[in-house]
Design a protein around this ligand. Sequence first.
Ligand code: NAD
Length: 296
Amino acid sequence: MAEIIDGRLIAKELRAAVKKQVAVLNEANVIPGLAVILVGDDPASEIYVRNKGRAAEKVGVAAQTFQYDASLSEAELIAKIEGLNADPAIDAILVQSPLPDHINEQRIQEAILPQKDVDGFHPENVGQLFADRKGFFPVANTPRGVMTMLHHEHVELSGKNAVVVGRSVLVGTPMFALLQRENATVSLLHRHTPEALRHQLLQQADLIVVAVGVPKLIQGEDIKPGAVVIDVGINRMDDGKLIGDVDFEAAEPKASLITPVPGGVGPMTIATLLETTVELAAIHHGIQLEAGWQNI
Ligand code: NAD
């Protein structure tokens, strides 16, 4: 029987830690500022953006949402971003994806100042991660949130055999970098990995992180007894139920630690976004936050 990792609880602890650091910034007359840009009226994106804004306000981060019509041109969006880059009240800028087809997502990621790139998608920040640079730079919030969970649960990574399934720029690829930076031996699997090889690698893994978007891709037989299983996947079924990429019922009896869906990785992403916003604000204003404040 696995211990279930309670993402809601860890996210709550992280938000409380963020709120304390916001108070430290406030003492120096700094209010961290987050700008969230939404283009179009995708209902799911509207919900995500609203949730980010609410969570920000609760910890004292000033969130401004800028919603534009789907007809906004790429040049107009870049001009808006440049305005926010130059705005001293804004420490962090996030552009909600997906963007309309006529807007090139990569050019938008590159338009955000790396020092305000709260999602960690700018090639300069991605490069810092892969060049194993020390010091602070923003990293994609979902995989960073997974690392916080693993640290919170005292999961040993050094020398361990880790398998990441899914290689998106958003989750799988930075996850690979973060785990190998902590001395795990990491395999990165994707849609071209032959099924037999996928099963073989998974069955040897001490740690499995899955971010694919295929319900129950990872089965009970894939789990080595005692493995740690982190399920990033969120799949909405026809009955409205949310399930992950791991067959939870089959995996749970074999794993030592496992995340549920919902209530696992999901809540960590927004809490980590707030964590990154506060760190960016502190750097912009030359304020030293308490050492190890994130060690929740
Ligand atoms: P994506 O579609 O960008 O990437 C999916 C990856 O899975 C690709 O690299 C692809 O090669 C790989 N893949 C597809 N089929 C595969 C297979 N059969 N075997 C192995 N690999 C396969 O998706 P994403 O943005 O990385 O998101 C993945 C999942 O995580 C989705 O369910 C998404 O909703 C969820 N997600 C959750 C959070 C969160 O906060 N919890 C954040 C981001 C994404």
